[in-house]
Design a protein around this ligand. Structure first.
Ligand code: LLP
Length: 423
């Protein structure tokens, strides 16, 4: 099949036709690609007592969470909002783990009422607060301590979480004190370990190092008579943002690393992948508004912007960009180098710098690839641009899973300052 044709098809649908049916920009996700990722990982985990808890922050769309629920996948949440989304999508509470350094008392109470499976506790203050809230609710919270293993994940600094100077987790020394003093916390059953060292990791070595430290600690705790019922190995598995450049980790290799590190562990292994399950299944469709020849650069101005996809502005992230459906004419279009930019009034509103593409004109359709994770979920209405639509594609059919926000929806809740009060 010619490459152009391949690029233009997406889970049995013509992207050109989809972009005729719906105004750009919009996010599209392939249901099949997500299911394949889930089942590939589930197969690699066969024989282990393991539960995949999808990191909801990667893509919190209800329809995507429903797909997770249908495949038996649980959720890793970091807020009451993510808790409610997960429950609404049908993910059972006992398959939900609650992570994050800033859980409030109200959020803890809500999660306890819902019956979430486990709290991943990140500080001593949080441990004490959880004890207090659980006691007030007359329940026993199950908890894991999040270990900060002080390992370099060799990823972007802003998405690295496992170094001792990051805000996440506690040292093994501190965790050891929690276990020895756990009798003072009768409403918290501390019987789990958790580790998450960062995101977009394309190298097994950091996982190996972190798991080795956690495993050593688990052995030590077991010898001291502490029951460890679960080890949560976090997320972080990277994806291919740049075809022909990034090298993905094979899920079987990744799981082998877990198997080797946790040999003999008889409790439950939890995994919290986010990006790996959804990133490559998504793309952002956008049209060229106009081209502009600057003094020293060619600009391709498209109708998507940093508010629809923050990653390039925030992390200088690379996303492959393809011209869709230029078909036979593509051969006649000379390669041109563009800075691909959006309409937002910031220089950082740039999807790519000096990117080679076939010469483009107004109205051309482009796909920004690998946007299924941390795309829509990180979007905003900056510059008063409505949130883009999201579409799920499944074997030649599509379903709008979030319609584009209307102007009225965008300003919902705002009001003129007419009623003033004193505190
Ligand atoms: N578990 C915990 C405790 C996490 O903090 C995260 C991500 C995950 C799991 C899922 O990680 P994943 O498998 O998706 O790598 N916005 C950034 C990524 C931030 C990740 C934050 N935590 C980006 O677009 O690259």
């Amino acid at each position: 099949m010619p490459e152009v044709e391949e690029k233009s098809r997406f889970d049995g649908i013509e992207l050109h036709a989809l972009a005729t049916a719906l105004p750009t920009p919009f996010h599209a996700y392939s249901a099949n690609a997500i299911r394949q990722r889930i089942s590939g990982l589930q197969q690699a985990l066969q024989g282990l007592d393991a539960t995949i808890c999808f990191a909801v922050k990667a893509n919190s769309s209800l329809a995507i969470l429903q797909l997770m629920a249908e495949s038996g996948v649980g959720a890793d949440i970091v807020s009451a909002g993510e808790l409610n989304r997960s429950l609404r999508a049908g993910i059972p509470a006992d398959r939900i783990v609650f992570s994050g350094v800033g859980k409030t008392e109200a959020e803890m109470a809500e999660a306890l009422d819902a019956g979430v499976g486990r709290f991943n506790v990140e500080s001593f203050d949080e441990f004490e607060t959880l004890q207090r809230v659980a006691n007030a609710h007359k329940v026993i919270a199950r908890a894991a301590v999040r270990i900060n293993p002080d390992v370099d994940a060799r990823t972007h600094q802003k998405i690295s979480t496992g170094k001792s100077d990051n805000k996440f987790g506690v040292s093994i020394d501190e965790a050891r004190r929690w276990f020895s003093g756990s009798k003072a916390f009768p409403n918290v059953r501390l019987d789990g370990l958790h580790v998450h060292i960062g995101s977009q990791i394309l190298d097994l070595e950091p996982f190996r190092q972190a798991l080795a430290r956690v495993a050593r600690f688990w052995h030590e705790l077991a010898e001291a008579g502490h029951e460890i019922a679960s080890i949560d190995v976090g997320g972080g598995l990277g994806v291919v943002y740049r075809a022909g450049h990034d090298r993905a980790i094979d899920p079987v290799e990744y799981v082998r690393t877990i198997r080797e590190a946790l040999t003999g562990f008889e409790g439950r292994i939890l995994l919290e992948p986010g990006r790996y399950l959804v990133a490559e299944a998504g793309l952002l469709l956008t049209r060229v508004i106009r081209t502009k020849r600057g003094e020293s650069r060619n600009f391709l101005i498209v109708d998507a912007a940093m508010n629809d996809l923050m990653r390039p502005s925030l992390y200088d992230a690379w996303h492959d960009i393809q011209l869709i459906g230029a078909t036979a004419a593509e051969g006649e279009r000379p390669a041109t180098t563009y800075d691909v930019v959006g309409p937002v009034c910031e220089t950082g509103d740039t999807f790519a710098v000096g990117r080679e593409l076939p010469e483009c004109r107004a109205g051309d359709l482009l796909a920004i690839r690998c946007t299924g994770a941390y795309g829509a979920s990180m979007s905003s209405t900056y510059n008063s641009r409505p949130l883009a639509a999201e579409v799920l594609v499944d074997e030649g059919r599509y379903s709008v899973i979030r319609r584009r926000q209307s102007f009225e929806e965008m300003i919902m809740g705002e009001q003129a300052a007419t009623s003033w009060r004193n505190v």
